[in-house]
Design a protein around this ligand. Structure first.
Ligand code: SF4
Length: 247
């Protein structure tokens, strides 16, 4: 399907386009040696924000993001991280057994080595999830990886960063996710879903920004819409302290 033009945004996008802002945000990756990844943390927890929610999962949180979403709950991953070779990352993941693994961030696709990491994990029998901002192309991701693709809404402040052609590349095993900061975001997201014919292509997830939209209210909006949208709650914020890291 041909990509449609981006919808008008309600809130002006932040200045993520300027080269100097982007360079500053990517500074933690400067000087990174080929074959290494800057890793913020590797840990095992409960998957909370996809159709895999509720399952134990190993998370590989990679450092740095080129965006600054208004609701971001992982700003600690913008800067802090340790350089690790691909084999060291694989060994760290495999310490936790097998099963489900998710690359997240930050934005994992900013680091070239994320691509061979996903391939190596899939080769070793892991079910691989990639949580990505939607602000970079997903065309080189190993097709065995399941992409959980954010579509940045106006209230995120980063709707201008969406790579709209990503929506044409979604596989049935991928998932598309809208994180809503207000009712306007909901209406905007319905428009995106309709304009890009997303119903029936892959699961469509919606979640509410913590403390900004009541999930009960969002449930009502979804029911009213008549669309097969899956309501997501931020499970880790219910299970653990909302500010806790590594959960
Ligand atoms: S894309 Fe993710 S990590 Fe980056 S600013 Fe937005 S919420 Fe935070």
């Amino acid at each position: 399907m041909k990509s449609l033009e981006p919808l008008p945004t309600v809130h002006p996008p932040r200045d993520a386009s300027s080269a100097s802002v982007r360079a500053r945000r990517l500074r933690p990756l400067e000087g990174k040696a080929a074959g290494t990844l800057i890793v913020h943390e590797v840990y095992r927890s409960i998957q909370g924000e996809s159709t895999f929610a509720g399952l134990p999962c190993v998370f590989v949180r990679l450092t740095a993001c080129h965006l600054r979403c208004s609701y971001c709950d992982t700003p600690h991953a913008f800067h802090q991280g340790e350089a690790m070779g691909l084999d060291a990352v694989l060994a760290e993941v495999e310490k936790h057994g097998g099963g489900l693994v998710e690359l997240t961030g930050g934005e994992p696709l900013l680091q070239e080595e994320s691509y061979p990491l996903m391939t190596a994990l899939a080769d070793r029998g892991w079910t691989v999830l990639l949580e990505t901002s939607g602000g970079l192309p997903i065309d080189r991701v190993d097709p065995r990886a399941r992409v959980i693709l954010d579509v940045k809404t106006p209230a995120s402040g980063e709707a201008g960063a969406n790579v709209w052609s990503n929506l044409d590349r979604l596989k049935p095993t991928d998932e598309v996710k809208f994180v809503l900061g207000d009712r306007g975001d909901f209406e905007w997201s319905l428009d995106v879903i309709r304009r890009h014919g997303l119903v029936g292509r892959c699961p469509i997830l919606m979640s509410a920004v913590f403390d900004r939209v009541d999930p009960t209210e969002l449930a009502g909006w979804i029911l009213e819409s008549g669309l097969p949208i899956r309501l997501q709650v931020q499970l880790h914020k219910i299970l653990w302290d909302p500010k806790a890291r590594g959960v």
